[in-house]
Every structure is written in structure tokens, then in C-alpha cells.
Design a binder for this molecule. Sequence first.
Ligand SMILES: [Mg+2]
Ligand SMILES: [Zn+2]
Length: 199
Amino acid sequence: MHRAVFFDRDGVICRNRNDHVKSWEEFVFLPGVLEALARLARLDLYIVVITNQAVINRGIVPVEVVEDVNAHMVRAIETAGGRVDRVMYCPHRPDENCGCRKPQPGMLLMAAEELGLDLSQSYLIGDAETDMQTGRAAGCRRYLVLTGRGRRQLIRCWFHGERGFTVVRNLGLAVNAILRRESEWDGVPQGLSSEGSDR
Ligand SMILES: [Mg+2]
Ligand SMILES: [Zn+2]
């Protein structure tokens, strides 16, 4: 079985905007993200971005633009030495009651089926209570970053009794925690061993 690191996009990889990221020009990588994703890319884990984009079905941002922004993001990450294996987005509004809008775990389940993942041995990094709920529903190890909406959302988590996740300052420190954990896991960081890896 394979494993993955799931990342939320807005507030984790790029700067969160209250008026939403509506174009590539409005997409700003948070400090240290590109370097951290390059470090993570050496591991034998799928890297998957999962993002709620209700702006699509609200008619605020066309689906083509969301896909264009994501494609630019992936290219920039690759240029910096990282990789993204999948970008999944939910286009639905909350009132559509879909199974993929976080906190529903639909995107994780879909990724698990497509990629053959053991979600209970996978990781999820987000800046919102809904991310933590999504990860809990799927049994992932979770990290809440304090970038984006993280600080306020941490208080929401406390208030609602959502716990069992690790709080880290930013994506870079979440990646470091994963690298550390993976290196302790079997003594050799996944993907760095001389044995061939079939991620
Ligand atoms: Mg977010
Ligand atoms: Zn959805």
C-alpha cells in the first residue's frame, strides 16, 4: 500500500485571501513552501493537494481559471525541485451537500482509491478546523499550520473539542516533522534508500 501527504492549498501553500484567489496573479506562495516541498519530494510518498473551491459553483471564478491557477502552482513547485502528484478540488457550494467538500473525506477517499493509499498511514496538513475534521474522518496523521486562517481555526478546534493533531507554525515545519518521523520509522528516509522505490 502506498501513502500520501495531503495539503490544503489556501493558507497552507499560498497566502489566503478573504476575497479568494481569483487568478494566478493573486496566488502568492507562503515563505519557505517551495523549499519545503522540494525536501519532501525525496520521500516515497504521494503529494496530493486537496482544496475546497466553492468559488466555482458560486460563479465567482470559472473552473478553467481554478485549473489554470493549479497548473501554474504545480509548475512553480516542480521548477523549485518539488512535485505534486495530484491536485483535487471540490467545486460545490455548501448547500449542494456533496461528499467531497471538506470536512467530508470524499477527496481523500477518491485519492485512496486512485492511488492505492493507506490513509491511516498518510498525513494531512491544513489551516482549518474542516481540514482537521477531514483528516480525522480518514484516519490520517494531522498537522494544523498557523499560517492562513490557522490561528483562529485553532481556537475553533479547541472550542469544538477537535483534537489529536499537531500544531506547527507553517508548512515547512510540518514537512520537517514528517521527514523526522519518516526517518525514525525504519531508519532510512523513504526514497533515500538504495533499494528501488515503487511509490
Ligand atoms: Mg485553507
Ligand atoms: Zn464537492
